[in-house]
Design a protein around this ligand. Sequence first.
Ligand SMILES: [Mg+2]
Length: 381
Amino acid sequence: MNTTLTFTGWDRPGITAELLGSLGDSVEVRDIEQLVVQGRLVLSVAVDTEDVDAVRGLATQLGLQLDVTSECAAVVDRQAASAIAVLMSTALAAADVGRIAGEIADRGGNIERIIRTAEYPVTAIEVTVSGVPASVLKQALGPISTQIGVDVAVQSADIIRQGARLVVMDVDSTLIQDEVIDLLAREAGCEAAVADVTRRAMAGELDFAESLRDRVAALAGTPVSALATVRDAVRLTPGARTLCRTLNSLGYRLALVSGGFTEIVGPLAEQLGVHRFRANTLEVQDGRLTGRVVGPIVDRAGKAQALREFAEEFGFAASRTVAIGDGANDLDMLAAAGLGVAFNAKPAVAAAADASVTAPYLDSVLYLLGITRGQVEALTR
Ligand SMILES: [Mg+2]
């Protein structure tokens, strides 16, 4: 016969030791769970005895409420978590959390746990759900997320969330705030022509490889010194350093894949401790760009291919890869990854990805990976 004792009340150090100590040496713990929420303790312990008078007296003395249930059955099975939903917003309204919770209930799910994982610069909460598959929840919560303007990322609550992964990032408008080809065009004085092709390419109207060739051709004759000027002009996305530093310290592997240029992407990778990169290489002759690209073009398919190759090289299963990108040429890479994250992406990309981040901070992605703001800050101390 098991007895489940559930104590609730104000917490203080040593309280668990006193309560369990009073049960005596011969009593076996069949199950135990403890939480402290805002200074209040909930301790539930299932033991193989019905003799609980001593602990009942102690609980009264300590000002705790005690609920005692006896049952012949084994310890009540805890519901296994099936999905984890991360909610992120600069201001999380109670009504919005309520709508998400309502939708979870409507799909037959139950919320097992909610913790806040970040409070600045975005509020992030992690909701652990049982009883409904992640795929079902993702479909249900996606449309609501867009309506209420809260980023909602649903993932399966499996072991993938533990341990290091490979994170592959797009560069232009993801790792950095700029589009490098536009910066180069500005240096070359062909800004308007290139901007128009870029816009149409990123919207998926043009084949990326063709549009890249067109744009690079417009750069013909530009002195190679323009590359150094552009390298200096590039602005990292807020949170990019924090993201890379944190993931590095956790043993993650990082890679950049870009339809841009090695001349810019290589130094960025080095600066941020990124392990691998793949990008296009501009041909140079007599100190000037020829307007051609050397070797095969890294396009939409090439980015996905690079992700697969890096994963194989580092020994990560596809399920242990994360891709982050914003444009149409990231779609294959986002689909190939275990977790595809659209970062301030075009609507079509956000809709296709596993998760979409609209906060302009790249380190927000950490909260999708189960890392908390407190842990990030502890690493930098
Ligand atoms: Mg991009």
